[in-house]
Design a protein around this ligand. Structure first.
Ligand SMILES: [Zn+2]
Length: 281
């Protein structure tokens, strides 16, 4: 097994080396396998993310146990992260269960409320040593208009980090969740200013469909964690649909593997974005 730093330390290491970790969501055993097969083959670390809806779907115990068992089985350096929790209750449950990292997302509340909720999440996480990610600014959720809110303000970000003690910060610099209708244009100057003012590892949400050049430019300016969820889900479901249409076979152990390979190919391509010539992240 590769040595596994706590996620907070791993993100700080990524920040110091001007590189980033891939964080991707899993939804079932098949997407999990595709992700881990890719990470194992390329010998790259990966952050496995669960949202509230995936936890509701699988159950917290099963979701966490699956993630942990997969990390172990594939011998990958990996962590389990709670993605987009909007309540402290879920944060607390996941910390108690042993998550490596949690995101408290109060980005739609006002600044003071976001600070208050994030500060509480940080307090809870300090008992377990877990990493805490928060979000400041507006990254459109699925179904929301991408331009209906503001980007992260560097001065406000500095105040936010100072007042909350949060470990990592998701920033709004022009990305949105889901697929893009038009190529997103990242505000790299703003990103560099946020990095300079806060110093913490920064997180890019809405990484699906952002081209590699833009991702690399963002990583060079302080992004240390890149989230990809939509593309992972999409690769798997498309693969399953294609296989089901092509066969009368009802054996799911024959139908799923090509879709698992599609996820694996996608994740290999994403992980490749963070590898230098030596193959290191
Ligand atoms: Zn997100």
């Amino acid at each position: 097994m590769p040595s596994r730093l706590p996620m907070r330390e791993k993100l700080l290491e990524a920040r110091d080396r001007r590189t980033a970790l891939l964080a991707t969501n899993f939804y079932n055993a098949e997407t999990l396998r595709g992700i881990l097969e890719a990470a194992a083959e390329l010998r790259q670390p990966v952050i496995l993310q669960l949202t509230r809806s995936s936890i509701d779907y699988l159950g917290l115990g099963l979701a966490l146990a699956m993630g942990r068992a997969a990390i172990e089985q594939y011998g990958v350096e990996g962590w389990i992260h709670l993605d987009h929790a909007t309540s402290l209750d879920l944060v607390e449950r996941c910390l108690e269960a042993g998550f490596d990292s949690v995101m408290i997302d109060a980005s739609e509340a006002d600044f003071a409320q976001n600070v208050a909720l994030t500060r509480k999440a940080v307090e809870l996480a300090r008992k377990t040593g877990a990493n805490v990610e928060a979000e400041l600014g507006f990254v459109a959720k699925l179904g929301q208009e991408a331009d209906s809110g503001g980007m992260t303000d560097p001065d406000e970000a500095a105040r936010f980090v100072h007042e909350t003690g949060v470990d990592s910060l998701a920033v709004a610099i022009g990305t949105a969740h889901g697929f893009y209708k038009a190529t997103p244009c990242l505000d790299l100057e703003r990103l560099a200013a946020i990095q300079a003012r806060t110093g913490v590892p920064l997180v890019l949400h809405g990484g699906s469909g952002v081209d590699e050049t833009a991702i690399r430019a963002a990583v060079a300016r302080g992004i240390c964690k890149v989230n990809v969820a939509t593309e992972t889900k999409d690769a798997f479901v498309r693969g399953v649909k294609r296989e089901i249409q092509a066969t009368t076979d009802i054996d799911l152990r024959n139908i799923f593997p090509p879709a698992i390979r599609d996820v694996k190919d996608l994740i290999k391509q994403k992980l490749g974005m963070f590898m230098d010539g030596s193959g290191r992240v």
